[in-house]
Design a protein around this ligand. Structure first.
Ligand code: MG
Length: 233
Protein backbone atom coordinates (compact mmCIF):
# COMPACT_ATOMS: atom_id res chain seq x y z
CA UNK A 1 0.00 0.00 0.00
CA UNK A 2 1.31 3.43 -0.89
CA UNK A 3 1.23 6.07 1.85
CA UNK A 4 -1.32 8.86 1.52
CA UNK A 5 0.26 11.29 3.97
CA UNK A 6 3.68 12.90 3.66
CA UNK A 7 4.48 14.22 7.14
CA UNK A 8 7.24 16.82 7.11
CA UNK A 9 8.65 17.84 10.47
CA UNK A 10 10.57 21.00 11.26
CA UNK A 11 13.58 20.46 13.56
CA UNK A 12 14.35 23.46 15.84
CA UNK A 13 11.55 24.19 18.28
CA UNK A 14 9.51 21.27 16.91
CA UNK A 15 11.61 18.10 17.32
CA UNK A 16 14.35 19.48 19.54
CA UNK A 17 16.22 22.41 21.02
CA UNK A 18 20.01 22.67 20.93
CA UNK A 19 20.20 25.13 23.85
CA UNK A 20 21.72 27.82 21.69
CA UNK A 21 24.42 25.70 20.01
CA UNK A 22 23.12 26.57 16.53
CA UNK A 23 23.02 30.28 17.29
CA UNK A 24 26.49 30.29 18.81
CA UNK A 25 27.96 28.37 15.88
CA UNK A 26 26.44 30.52 13.14
CA UNK A 27 27.33 33.73 15.02
CA UNK A 28 30.92 32.51 15.43
CA UNK A 29 31.17 31.62 11.72
CA UNK A 30 29.98 35.10 10.75
CA UNK A 31 32.20 36.69 13.39
CA UNK A 32 35.28 35.18 11.76
CA UNK A 33 34.22 36.80 8.49
CA UNK A 34 32.85 40.21 9.50
CA UNK A 35 34.43 40.80 12.92
CA UNK A 36 31.78 42.50 15.03
CA UNK A 37 28.90 40.24 16.09
CA UNK A 38 27.01 42.32 18.68
CA UNK A 39 24.46 43.46 16.09
CA UNK A 40 23.33 39.83 15.69
CA UNK A 41 22.37 39.54 19.34
CA UNK A 42 18.67 40.27 18.93
CA UNK A 43 18.22 38.81 15.48
CA UNK A 44 15.51 36.17 15.18
CA UNK A 45 16.47 32.84 13.65
CA UNK A 46 13.26 30.85 13.99
CA UNK A 47 11.42 30.00 10.80
CA UNK A 48 14.41 31.03 8.67
CA UNK A 49 16.75 28.88 6.59
CA UNK A 50 20.44 28.86 7.45
CA UNK A 51 21.49 30.49 4.14
CA UNK A 52 18.79 33.14 4.76
CA UNK A 53 20.21 33.81 8.25
CA UNK A 54 23.74 34.08 6.84
CA UNK A 55 22.52 36.50 4.14
CA UNK A 56 20.68 38.65 6.70
CA UNK A 57 23.76 38.71 8.95
CA UNK A 58 25.96 39.81 6.05
CA UNK A 59 23.47 42.58 5.29
CA UNK A 60 23.39 43.68 8.96
CA UNK A 61 27.19 43.77 8.94
CA UNK A 62 27.02 46.17 5.99
CA UNK A 63 28.16 43.73 3.32
CA UNK A 64 26.68 44.50 -0.05
CA UNK A 65 24.37 41.97 -1.68
CA UNK A 66 24.13 39.54 -3.38
CA UNK A 67 24.16 37.33 -0.33
CA UNK A 68 24.16 34.06 -2.13
CA UNK A 69 26.64 32.03 -4.04
CA UNK A 70 30.05 30.95 -2.87
CA UNK A 71 30.47 33.33 0.09
CA UNK A 72 27.25 32.15 1.74
CA UNK A 73 28.11 28.53 0.91
CA UNK A 74 31.55 28.90 2.51
CA UNK A 75 30.06 30.50 5.64
CA UNK A 76 27.49 27.69 5.82
CA UNK A 77 30.27 25.08 5.64
CA UNK A 78 32.17 26.86 8.40
CA UNK A 79 28.96 27.04 10.48
CA UNK A 80 28.47 23.27 10.22
CA UNK A 81 32.07 22.64 11.35
CA UNK A 82 31.58 24.93 14.35
CA UNK A 83 28.18 23.38 15.10
CA UNK A 84 29.77 19.93 15.23
CA UNK A 85 32.33 21.26 17.69
CA UNK A 86 29.63 23.01 19.80
CA UNK A 87 27.45 19.92 19.99
CA UNK A 88 30.42 17.70 20.88
CA UNK A 89 31.75 20.11 23.52
CA UNK A 90 29.07 19.33 26.05
CA UNK A 91 28.58 23.07 26.56
CA UNK A 92 24.98 22.63 25.56
CA UNK A 93 22.56 19.77 25.86
CA UNK A 94 20.20 19.00 23.02
CA UNK A 95 16.75 18.12 24.27
CA UNK A 96 13.76 16.55 22.58
CA UNK A 97 10.45 18.36 22.72
CA UNK A 98 7.61 16.74 24.71
CA UNK A 99 6.09 13.66 23.11
CA UNK A 100 8.46 13.50 20.13
CA UNK A 101 9.83 10.02 20.77
CA UNK A 102 6.36 8.55 21.19
CA UNK A 103 5.05 10.38 18.12
CA UNK A 104 7.96 9.18 15.96
CA UNK A 105 7.32 5.58 17.05
CA UNK A 106 3.62 5.94 16.23
CA UNK A 107 4.38 7.48 12.83
CA UNK A 108 6.86 4.70 12.03
CA UNK A 109 4.10 2.16 12.60
CA UNK A 110 1.50 3.96 10.47
CA UNK A 111 1.45 2.59 6.91
CA UNK A 112 -0.42 5.62 5.62
CA UNK A 113 2.48 7.90 6.56
CA UNK A 114 5.80 8.62 4.85
CA UNK A 115 7.94 10.57 7.30
CA UNK A 116 10.23 13.39 6.31
CA UNK A 117 11.90 16.63 7.34
CA UNK A 118 11.25 20.19 6.20
CA UNK A 119 13.82 22.38 7.85
CA UNK A 120 15.85 25.52 7.33
CA UNK A 121 18.88 23.60 8.56
CA UNK A 122 21.53 22.60 6.07
CA UNK A 123 21.37 18.85 5.52
CA UNK A 124 24.63 18.30 7.43
CA UNK A 125 23.48 20.55 10.30
CA UNK A 126 20.18 18.66 10.50
CA UNK A 127 22.04 15.37 10.75
CA UNK A 128 24.28 16.73 13.54
CA UNK A 129 21.37 18.09 15.57
CA UNK A 130 19.31 14.89 15.26
CA UNK A 131 22.30 12.77 16.26
CA UNK A 132 22.97 15.04 19.25
CA UNK A 133 19.38 14.37 20.37
CA UNK A 134 19.85 10.62 19.95
CA UNK A 135 17.64 10.35 16.87
CA UNK A 136 18.45 8.30 13.77
CA UNK A 137 18.05 10.56 10.75
CA UNK A 138 17.38 7.51 8.52
CA UNK A 139 13.83 7.31 9.89
CA UNK A 140 13.10 10.44 7.83
CA UNK A 141 12.84 8.97 4.36
CA UNK A 142 12.58 12.27 2.49
CA UNK A 143 13.68 15.78 3.33
CA UNK A 144 14.04 19.33 2.12
CA UNK A 145 16.66 21.51 3.75
CA UNK A 146 18.13 24.98 3.86
CA UNK A 147 20.85 23.55 1.63
CA UNK A 148 18.19 23.04 -1.08
CA UNK A 149 16.98 26.67 -1.04
CA UNK A 150 17.39 29.80 1.07
CA UNK A 151 13.63 30.30 0.61
CA UNK A 152 11.56 28.10 2.90
CA UNK A 153 8.57 28.47 0.59
CA UNK A 154 10.41 26.42 -2.05
CA UNK A 155 11.04 23.50 0.31
CA UNK A 156 7.59 21.83 0.37
CA UNK A 157 7.58 21.26 -3.40
CA UNK A 158 11.14 19.89 -3.23
CA UNK A 159 10.19 17.43 -0.48
CA UNK A 160 7.02 16.43 -2.36
CA UNK A 161 8.99 15.77 -5.55
CA UNK A 162 11.42 13.58 -3.61
CA UNK A 163 8.48 11.59 -2.20
CA UNK A 164 7.19 10.72 -5.67
CA UNK A 165 8.63 7.17 -5.72
CA UNK A 166 6.84 6.41 -2.44
CA UNK A 167 3.45 7.74 -3.53
CA UNK A 168 3.49 6.87 -7.24
CA UNK A 169 2.81 10.56 -7.88
CA UNK A 170 3.97 13.88 -6.45
CA UNK A 171 1.89 14.33 -3.28
CA UNK A 172 0.09 17.64 -2.81
CA UNK A 173 -2.84 19.22 -0.99
CA UNK A 174 -4.08 17.28 2.03
CA UNK A 175 -1.52 14.54 1.34
CA UNK A 176 1.22 16.85 2.63
CA UNK A 177 1.33 17.75 6.33
CA UNK A 178 3.91 20.27 7.58
CA UNK A 179 4.50 20.33 11.33
CA UNK A 180 6.36 23.32 12.76
CA UNK A 181 6.58 25.99 15.43
CA UNK A 182 6.52 29.26 13.43
CA UNK A 183 4.22 31.15 11.05
CA UNK A 184 6.77 30.40 8.30
CA UNK A 185 6.13 26.66 8.77
CA UNK A 186 2.40 27.33 8.35
CA UNK A 187 2.62 29.52 5.27
CA UNK A 188 5.45 27.82 3.36
CA UNK A 189 3.20 25.00 2.16
CA UNK A 190 0.38 27.18 0.80
CA UNK A 191 1.77 26.91 -2.74
CA UNK A 192 1.14 23.15 -2.87
CA UNK A 193 -1.98 23.28 -0.70
CA UNK A 194 -0.28 21.49 2.18
CA UNK A 195 -1.89 21.29 5.59
CA UNK A 196 0.05 22.76 8.49
CA UNK A 197 -0.01 21.55 12.06
CA UNK A 198 1.37 24.34 14.23
CA UNK A 199 2.88 23.55 17.59
CA UNK A 200 3.51 26.15 20.29
CA UNK A 201 6.80 24.72 21.57
CA UNK A 202 8.88 27.51 20.04
CA UNK A 203 8.59 31.26 20.48
CA UNK A 204 4.98 31.52 19.26
CA UNK A 205 1.89 30.85 21.37
CA UNK A 206 -1.19 28.91 20.27
CA UNK A 207 -2.91 32.29 19.80
CA UNK A 208 -0.05 33.70 17.69
CA UNK A 209 0.01 30.63 15.46
CA UNK A 210 -3.79 30.50 15.10
CA UNK A 211 -3.73 33.91 13.39
CA UNK A 212 -2.01 32.23 10.41
CA UNK A 213 -4.84 29.71 10.02
CA UNK A 214 -3.06 26.37 10.29
CA UNK A 215 -5.03 23.14 9.69
CA UNK A 216 -4.52 22.42 13.40
CA UNK A 217 -2.67 23.99 16.29
CA UNK A 218 -1.47 22.22 19.41
CA UNK A 219 0.30 23.41 22.60
CA UNK A 220 2.90 20.64 22.10
CA UNK A 221 3.15 17.21 20.45
CA UNK A 222 2.61 15.17 23.63
CA UNK A 223 -0.96 14.13 22.76
CA UNK A 224 0.04 11.55 20.16
CA UNK A 225 -3.52 10.65 19.16
CA UNK A 226 -4.48 14.31 18.69
CA UNK A 227 -1.48 14.73 16.35
CA UNK A 228 -2.37 11.54 14.47
CA UNK A 229 -5.99 12.67 14.12
CA UNK A 230 -4.82 15.96 12.61
CA UNK A 231 -2.45 14.11 10.24
CA UNK A 232 -4.88 11.43 9.07
CA UNK A 233 -8.10 13.51 9.22
MG1 MG B 1 11.37 25.70 14.02
Amino acid sequence: MNPDRLVLLDIDGTILLTAGAGRRAITAALGEHVGEVSSFQHMRFDGKTDPQIVGEMLAMAGHEPPHDGERVAALCRRYVALLERELASGASSTTLMPGIERLLLRLAGEQRVALGLLTGNLVDGAELKLRAAGLDSRQFVVGAYGSDSHDRCELPAIAAARARPLFGHVPSGEEVIIIGDTPADITCGLGIGARAIAVATGAYSVEDLSLHRPWAVLPDLSDTEAVMAAILG
